[in-house]
Write a protein that binds this ligand. Structure first.
Ligand code: HEC
Ligand code: HEC
Ligand code: HEC
Ligand code: HEC
Ligand code: HEC
Ligand code: HEC
Ligand code: HEC
Ligand code: HEC
Ligand code: HEC
Length: 486
C-alpha cells in the first residue's frame, strides 16, 4: 500500500522534472507506431486494498464454507443488527458489536481522538466519522462480530493468510489475556478468573504445565483446554496443538462456530457412565441436562469396571471414583454397590435432575445487570447460587434448614463408616486411607469405604442427590456392621 503510494509520488516527480526540462517548441505529430506487447497483469479488481475483509465471511466461504455456515447460526452475526438505531451512533456500544474496532473509547465519548487508531488500520473504528459512500460501505462490511474479530485481520489478499488461533484462556507474562474473547467479554473473563477452572495451581500457567495432569493423554482430556478439544472435536483429532496447554476456559466449553445451540456450546452429547454395578442391564446415561451436558463431559466418575473391581480386591493409591463424580451422583448411579443390597437412586418423580439445564441451573444462572437491565445471566464463577433454589424450595430459610440437616445427616453417617474402619472421623479417614487401604484393609472394608469416597469425590456432601447418598451410606453401614460382627 504505502510502497505503491511512494512509487506513484516518485514517478510523478520524475515526470515533472522531465516536463520542466523540455520547454522547446512542439514539432509535427509523427505516424502511429506498431502495437506494443501485452503489459503485465493488472491488480485483480476484486482484491481489496483493506486490511480487514469483513463481508460476513464471504471471502472465507470458498475454502471454509462449513465453518462460515455454522458461525452464521451464532449471535455474533447479529451483534450490530440487534443494536437499537440510536445506539449505533454510540461509539461505546459499537466497539464490541463490530469487527476490527481497536481504538480506546470510554462510555460517553462521542468521537475517536485523532491519532488514536489502534495498532492496525481499516477496522470499523477507522471509518467512524468519515464521510462518503466508500466509508459507509466499509462500515457496513464490518458490522457484527465476524471471523476477523477473533482471527485478526486477514486482508488484503490470502497470500497473507495467517489467521490467529487460540485455545487458551489465561494471562501471559505481560498480563495480557490470551483469550480471543477479550476485550468484549470482560465480565465473563473476570468471573472465570475467580472460578475453580481459572484458579488451578494459583492460575500460574507455568506451574500448570508442570502438573502431572497436563501433557498426559489420560488426564488432559478433562484437565486442559487443548486436551478437551482434541477429544471432543473431530476436526482436531490430528491437530498439532501448541506445546503450552491451558486451563478449562472460554473455548473449552464454547465453540464460536458450532451450530444448533443458543450458547455456542461445544459438546452437549450424552455421557455413558464409566462404571455400573455388575447386575445392571443397560448402561445408564447422563442425558437431558440441557446446557449442563457440557459439564458432565468432564464431571463424571472415571473408573471402569475392571478398575473398580481391582480397587475392591487389591486397594489403590487413588481410592474411589476420582474427584469428578458429580454427574453420576446427580442421576444416582456409578458408585460401587454391595451385592445383595437394594439401592434407592432418585427421589421418585421429582429431584435435582429436574433443575432446568441441570448443573448450569444451580451453578451458573442468576439474575444480574447486563447493560443496566436486570436479566437472567450465566455466571462464570460456577459457584452454586442459593437464589436459584427457591424455584422449587419454598424459601431461603427452608433451604438453609434443609442444608444444615442434610449436612449433619451425611457427616454423621460418614463418621460411622470411619469408626467402623478404625478411624476417629471421616476427615481422618480421608487423610490416611490411601496409604492404608492397600496393605492394611480387607476387601469388605474397601466395599464399605467406597461409598464414603464416592460422596467425597462428588464434593456436595450429598446435596446433588440426597436419596442416593443416603442409600449408599446406609447400605455400607449395614454391611459393615454385619461383617465386623463376624
Ligand atoms: C483459498 C482458500 C482459503 C480461503 C479463501 C481462506 N482460507 Fe483459511 N485456511 C485455508 C487452508 C488451506 C488452511 C489450513 C488448513 C489446515 O491446516 O488444515 C486454513 C486455515 C485457517 C484457519 C486455522 C489456522 C490454524 O492455525 O489452524 C483459520 C482460523 C482460517 N483459515 C480462517 C480463515 C478466514 C477467517 C478466512 C476468510 C477471511 C479464510 N480462512 C479464508 C484456506 C483458505
Ligand atoms: C468483538 C467483540 C466480541 C468478541 C471478540 C467475542 N464476542 Fe461473544 N459476543 C459479543 C457480542 C456483542 C454479543 C451479543 C450479541 C447479541 O446478542 O446481539 C456476544 C454474544 C456471545 C454469546 C451469546 C450466545 C450467542 O451466540 O449469542 C456467546 C456464548 C459468546 N458471545 C461467546 C464468545 C466467545 C467464546 C468468544 C471468544 C472465543 C467471543 N464471544 C468473542 C461480542 C464479542
Ligand atoms: C465491552 C464490550 C461491550 C460494550 C461496550 C457494549 N456491549 Fe453490548 N454486549 C456485549 C456482550 C459481550 C454481549 C453478550 C451478552 C453477555 O455478555 O451476556 C452484549 C449483548 C448486548 C445485547 C444483547 C443482549 C441480549 O439480551 O441478548 C444488546 C442489545 C447490547 N449488548 C447493547 C449494547 C448497548 C446499547 C451498548 C452501549 C450502551 C453496549 N451493548 C455496549 C459487549 C459489549
Ligand atoms: C468469537 C471468536 C471467533 C469467531 C467470530 C470466528 N472464529 Fe474461527 N476459531 C475461533 C477459535 C477460538 C478457534 C479454535 C477453537 C475452535 O475451533 O473452536 C477457531 C478455529 C477456526 C478454524 C480452524 C478449525 C476448523 O474449523 O478447521 C477455522 C478454519 C476458523 N476458525 C475459521 C473461521 C471463520 C471462517 C470464521 C467466520 C465465518 C470464524 N472462524 C469466526 C474463534 C472464532
Ligand atoms: C473424566 C474427566 C477426568 C479425567 C480423565 C481426569 N480428571 Fe482429574 N478431575 C476431574 C474433575 C472434573 C475434577 C474437579 C472436581 C472437583 O474439584 O470437584 C478433577 C480433579 C482432580 C484433582 C484435584 C483437584 C486439583 O486440581 O488439584 C486432581 C489432583 C486430579 N483431578 C488429577 C488427575 C489426574 C492425575 C488424572 C490422570 C491420571 C486425572 N485427574 C484425570 C476430571 C478428570
Ligand atoms: C466450564 C464451561 C464454560 C466455560 C469455561 C465458559 N463458559 Fe460461557 N457458558 C457456559 C454455559 C454452559 C453457558 C450457558 C448457560 C445457560 O444455559 O444459561 C454459557 C454462557 C455464556 C454466555 C451467554 C451469556 C449469558 O449470560 O447467558 C457467554 C457470553 C459466555 N458464556 C461467554 C464465555 C466466556 C467469554 C468465557 C471465558 C471467560 C466462558 N464463557 C467460559 C459454559 C462455559
Ligand atoms: C473440560 C472439562 C470440564 C468441563 C467441561 C467442566 N469442568 Fe468443572 N472442573 C474441571 C476440572 C478439571 C476442575 C478442577 C479444577 C481444574 O483443574 O481445572 C473443575 C472444577 C470445577 C468446580 C470447582 C470445584 C472445586 O473443588 O472448587 C466447579 C464448581 C465446576 N468445575 C463446575 C462445573 C460446571 C457447572 C460445568 C459446566 C458448566 C463444568 N464445571 C464444566 C473440568 C471441567
Ligand atoms: C440443586 C442444585 C445443584 C445442581 C443441579 C448441581 N449442583 Fe453442584 N453443588 C450444588 C451445591 C449447593 C453445592 C455445595 C457447595 C458447597 O458446599 O459450597 C454443589 C457442589 C458442587 C461441586 C463441589 C464444589 C466445591 O467447591 O467443592 C462441584 C464440582 C459441583 N457441584 C458440580 C456440579 C455438576 C458438574 C453438576 C451437574 C452434574 C452439579 N454440580 C449439579 C448445587 C447443585
Ligand atoms: C427443580 C426443583 C429443585 C431445585 C431448583 C432445587 N431443589 Fe433441592 N430438592 C428438590 C427435591 C424434589 C428434593 C427432594 C428429592 C431428593 O431427595 O432427591 C430436594 C431436596 C433437597 C435437599 C434435601 C432435603 C431433605 O429433605 O433432606 C436439599 C438440602 C436441597 N434440596 C437443597 C437445594 C439447594 C441448595 C438448591 C439450590 C442450589 C436446590 N435444592 C434446588 C428440588 C429442587
Amino acid at each position: 500500500m504505502k510502497k505503491t503510494h511512494l512509487l506513484v509520488l516518485l514517478l510523478s516527480l520524475l515526470l515533472a522534472v522531465v516536463f520542466v526540462g523540455c520547454e522547446g517548441e512542439q514539432g509535427p505529430e509523427g505516424p502511429q507506431g506498431p502495437e506494443g506487447p501485452m503489459g503485465p497483469a493488472g491488480e485483480d479488481a476484486t482484491v481489496s486494498e483493506y486490511t480487514f475483509l469483513g463481508n460476513m465471511g464471504e471471502d472465507c466461504m470458498h475454502c471454509h464454507s462449513g465453518t462460515v455456515t455454522q458461525w452464521e447460526s451464532t449471535g455474533h452475526v447479529n451483534a450490530y443488527a440487534n443494536l437499537e438505531e440510536e445506539d449505533r451512533s454510540n461509539l461505546y456500544c459499537v466497539k464490541c458489536h463490530t469487527t476490527g474496532f481497536d481504538s480506546e473509547v470510554a462510555f460517553g465519548d462521542t468521537e475517536i481522538a485523532e491519532g488514536n487508531y489502534g495498532p492496525d488500520m481499516y477496522g470499523y473504528d477507522d471509518y467512524v466519522g468519515v464521510e462518503g459512500e466508500e466509508a459507509e460501505m466499509r462500515r457496513h462490511a464490518l458490522e457484527g462480530v465476524q471471523c476477523e474479530a477473533c482471527h485478526g485481520p486477514l486482508g488484503p489478499t490470502f497470500n497473507a493468510h495467517r489467521p490467529e488461533i487460540s485455545f487458551s484462556t489465561h494471562n501471559d507474562a505481560d498480563g495480557n489475556s490470551t483469550s480471543s474473547c477479550n476485550p468484549c467479554h470482560g465480565g465473563q473473563l473476570e468471573e472465570w478468573l475467580e472460578s475453580g477452572h481459572g484458579n488451578v495451581v494459583d492460575a500460574d500457567i507455568e506451574l500448570f504445565n508442570e502438573e502431572h495432569y497436563t501433557h498426559n493423554p489420560s488426564c488432559d482430556g478433562c484437565h486442559t483446554s487443548e486436551g478437551f478439544i482434541r477429544e471432543h472435536d473431530p476436526r482436531y483429532a490430528d491437530y498439532e496443538f501448541p506445546e503450552e496447554q491451558s486451563f478449562v476456559g472460554c473455548v473449552t466449553c464454547h465453540d464460536p462456530h458450532s451450530a444448533g445451540n443458543a450458547a455456542q456450546i461445544r459438546d452437549l452429547g450424552d455421557e455413558q457412565l464409566s462404571y455400573i454395578a455388575d447386575d445392571e442391564g443397560d448402561v445408564p446415561t447422563i442425558t437431558g441436562l440441557g446446557n449442563g451436558q457440557v459439564c458432565v463431559q468432564c464431571h463424571h466418575a472415571r473408573r471402569d469396571a475392571a478398575n473398580v473391581q481391582g480397587q475392591i480386591e487389591n486397594g489403590s493409591s487413588h481410592f474411589g471414583p476420582h474427584h469428578s463424580a458429580q454427574g453420576d451422583m446427580l442421576i444416582g448411579n456409578g458408585s460401587y454397590e454391595i451385592p445383595g443390597y437394594e439401592y434407592a437412586r432418585l427421589n421418585e418423580g421429582f429431584n435435582h435432575t429436574g433443575v432446568e439445564n441441570g448443573c448450569v441451573g444451580c451453578h451458573m444462572v442468576r439474575d444480574a445487570e447486563v447493560h443496566g437491565e436486570v436479566q437472567e445471566h450465566a455466571f462464570h464463577t460456577f459457584e452454586p447460587e442459593v437464589g436459584s433454589c427457591t424455584s422449587c424450595h419454598s424459601s431461603m430459610t427452608e433451604i438453609e434448614a434443609f442444608r444444615a440437616d442434610l449436612n449433619t445427616e451425611i457427616t454423621g453417617k460418614m463418621d460411622q463408616i470411619a469408626v467402623l474402619l478404625g478411624y476417629t472421623d471421616h476427615v481422618e479417614m480421608e487423610e490416611n486411607w490411601d496409604a492404608d487401604n492397600r496393605d492394611n484393609a480387607e476387601p469388605w472394608q474397601r466395599e464399605v469405604a467406597y461409598a464414603a469416597f464416592f460422596i467425597i469425590g462428588d464434593g456436595s456432601m450429598g446435596l446433588h442427590n440426597p436419596t442416593y447418598a443416603n442409600s449408599l451410606l446406609d447400605n455400607a453401614i449395614a454391611y459393615g456392621n454385619e461383617q465386623a460382627a463376624k
